[in-house]
Structures are given as structure tokens and as C-alpha cells.
Design a protein around this ligand. Structure first.
Ligand code: MG
Length: 302
């Protein structure tokens, strides 16, 4: 091919490309518009220990004073204070967010702990559903839990089958089960939000969801990608703490940057809660409202 015919062929190629890009551009233009990121509101939630106050009423009053919209008790606390919680949630702008575990045994146990898990988990799911919780948080297996099924393909298949049953049960109760990935020191079995989301998908139940915990997400190479990999289809809850020592957000200074993850949550139109799961080094009366302010500022920035 001489220089002239090459030029001609190239121009034809460019023309074909230009024609192709027209209709393709139109197709892209017809796709559903991205959610209005700036309009995604931030919903914060506290665990029982986060809120100042002795009684549940005092804790709820304190949460309301800070504009906190979600409450995340542990499973045992939920069962023991069921009526009190139900009463306190009346006439308040606070709802039950997730329930933080509280069951006995574990789902991948090779002994009678599996039966303990099945019974106690279902009891908590029923209570959670009655009060409109977004779901009950669970970890398939902590490193310390023995005897545990081996980390094999057969075990993963078993986990998905068991989760399917549990998810369908949770749906009937009006709630979900939420898989929480942890860091490798605590639970090597499930460390990444994307892996949890894939297990949700393969469990084939809309009652099986997952979450991300900014503290454990030290395992992730990208907060943004982690949340995006789950999307609104699977992401049902988020935990937050300072990123160096798991204290109040802000207590680890510049390390406590959540903007990248928050950007994903805003872009996907995440409408569930970001819930505090942390201690505090300083005076809680000072560090708690400061943390709320920090998260609101970062959400704005994201
Ligand atoms: Mg957590």
C-alpha cells in the first residue's frame, strides 16, 4: 500500500468510526441518568455504647440532639430490651438500623455450634424483623472459631446454600442477613466487600446482603471500588471508626479520611446507614459530636 492509498483507507476508517460513534453516542445518551450524587443524604447510626447516657431513653435523646437517625443494638440487647426499644422508637426520628450479631455458634461450625447458630440467629432475625431492622450482621467464621469447615469450594457451596435458607427466612420476617468482611487477623475466611457481594449473588436470595466496615477495609486496595463492587443491590450497612486505632472518627487525625468511600456511596445513591462501631480515647462528650461533624463535612466534600 502506497502512502496515498494508506491515507485514503485511514480516512475511510475514520469515517466509519465517526458513523459508528453517532448511534453509540445516542445509546449512551439514552441510558438511565446517574443518580444525583449531591442529593444522596447521609444517614448516621450509633451502637448502644456510642451514645452518651445511662438509660435507653437518655441515649435516644442524645442521638436525636445530634441528628442521628439509626440505632444499632447487639442481638442479645435487642432480645433483652425488645419492648423498651419498641417504645423508645415511637415518635422519634430514629429507626433500628442493623442488629450487630449476638447469636451463638457459627454457620460454618462442624459440630453442635451450627445448631446453636441456626436457633439463636433465627430468634434474633425474627425480633429484628418485627422492629423493621435493615438486617442482622453475621461473620461466617472468626479465625478463633473451631472446629470450622475447611476453606474449600465445597464449603463455599455449603455456605451459599445455608445462606439461601437463612436469607429466605429473613425476608419472611421482613429483614435480611448481612455478611460482614473483617480484617485477616480476625476472620481470614471473608475479608473483602467484593467477595461478600459475590457470596450474596451466589446465595440467590434477596435476603442475603453485605456490608463494609471502614476499619476492616484496611484489607481493600480502594474504598471506592469496594463499595462499588457491592452496589445498592448488595450493600446494606456500613460501619465506621477511626482508621488507626478503631476509636472515634477524627481521633487518628489525617488517617481518618473516608471521602473516597463516601464518594462511592453518594454516587450509587446508598440509602442505608453509616453506623459508629468504635471506642474513644478522649472525652466522649467532646469526641462524639466532633466525629459527627467531621463525617458530615467529608460527606459534603465527597
Ligand atoms: Mg464492624
Amino acid at each position: 500500500m502506497d502512502r496515498r492509498s494508506f491515507f485514503k483507507t485511514s480516512m475511510m476508517g475514520a469515517g466509519a468510526l465517526a458513523m459508528a460513534s453517532g448511534p453509540l453516542g445516542l445509546v449512551t445518551g439514552c441510558a438511565a441518568p446517574a443518580p444525583a450524587k449531591s442529593q444522596t443524604p447521609l444517614h448516621l447510626s450509633f451502637q448502644v455504647g456510642t451514645a452518651l447516657g445511662e438509660t435507653l431513653k437518655e441515649k435516644m435523646d442524645y442521638m436525636e440532639s445530634l441528628g442521628i437517625e439509626g440505632f444499632e443494638p447487639g442481638g442479645q440487647y435487642l432480645l433483652e430490651h425488645f419492648d423498651e426499644i419498641a417504645n423508645e422508637l415511637k415518635n422519634r426520628d430514629i429507626k433500628l438500623s442493623a442488629i450487630c450479631a449476638g447469636f451463638g455458634g457459627f454457620i460454618l461450625a462442624e459440630d453442635e455450634q451450627k445448631q446453636v447458630f441456626d436457633t439463636s440467629m433465627r430468634e434474633i432475625i425474627e425480633a429484628a424483623g418485627k422492629l423493621g431492622s435493615t438486617g442482622v450482621i453475621m461473620v461466617p467464621a472468626f479465625n478463633r472459631q473451631e472446629p470450622c469447615k475447611p476453606h474449600t469450594q465445597a464449603t463455599r457451596d455449603y455456605l451459599c446454600e445455608q445462606l439461601h435458607e437463612l436469607g429466605e427466612f429473613a425476608l419472611k420476617c421482613g429483614t435480611t442477613v448481612i455478611l460482614e468482611p473483617l480484617n485477616r487477623r480476625e476472620a481470614f475466611y471473608l475479608r473483602l466487600v467484593s467477595d461478600a457481594a459475590a457470596i450474596c449473588r451466589d446465595s440467590q436470595s434477596k435476603g442475603v446482603k453485605c456490608m463494609g466496615d471502614f476499619w476492616h477495609m484496611q484489607e481493600e486496595s480502594s474504598d471506592y471500588a469496594a463499595f462499588m463492587s457491592a452496589g445498592t443491590e448488595y450493600l446494606q450497612h456500613v460501619h465506621i471508626a477511626s482508621r488507626g486505632n478503631r476509636k472515634m472518627p477524627g481521633e487518628d487525625g489525617a488517617l481518618d479520611n473516608y471521602v473516597d468511600g463516601m464518594r462511592a456511596l453518594k454516587e450509587m445513591g446508598y440509602d442505608k446507614y453509616i453506623s459508629f462501631e468504635c471506642g474513644s480515647v478522649g472525652d466522649r462528650a467532646v469526641t462524639t459530636p466532633a466525629a459527627v461533624e467531621l463525617l458530615r463535612a467529608q460527606w459534603e466534600q465527597a
